[in-house]
Ligand binder design. Sequence first.
Ligand code: MLT
Length: 232
Amino acid sequence: MRISLIPAVTYVNDDELKGKTAVVIDVLRATSVMTTAIINGASEIIALTEVEDALRMKDAKCILGGERKGLKIKGFDLSNSPLEYTRERVEGKRVVMTTTNGTKTLNKVEAADKIYIACMLNGKAVGKRLVEEEKDTVIVCAGTNGKFSIDDYACAGKIIYEANKFGKVELDDFAYAAFSAYNDHKDDIISLVKNAYHYKYLLSLGLGEDLKYCFKEDISDLVPEYKSGRIK
Ligand code: MLT
């Protein structure tokens, strides 16, 4: 199987996705939130691009979550902090989310056969799943405001590193570079990702605990899947 890597949502093209599996990464913080909500028993997550569409879905049975500029959206129940998506808050509930880069990226990769949600929290499980399914895969980094982001790159490197332990994978040049960066920094991943623009921005908002949480590795074996606008 072959893994290729796309640096940011801006570079997604449908022809590259057709017939393949896509893995979407937005470590800071959309896919970390989604994975956490599923770990904590959310029944499903609806990923939307627009705030107005999310507000229209507001009812007693669902929770609205997400951000703009990293902050909670007016009228929403939760921000985009994974630490807010506790079992007490989300178990058995539908979560409706909109974020600047993460939910947008999911909506852009719908040409793929299958779409998985990945982050550091489930990186090993994602790598294992890819090798078990032996299907050519495109890992898509959401990036930040359309640009390459080191945090997503580091996570892509981890998934490739894990996949490579489970079986033989062929890599394109960018996937190899991510693998190599993760391999060189795996004992202190923060030394790499602390240079990311979005890492520094979230730190400036006082969200250091989110950053620590999002870089915990392999706390879950769950691999959430996005299908027809819904994550389960
Ligand atoms: C996004 O989707 O742009 C991010 O998750 C932003 C954030 O850190 O909240």
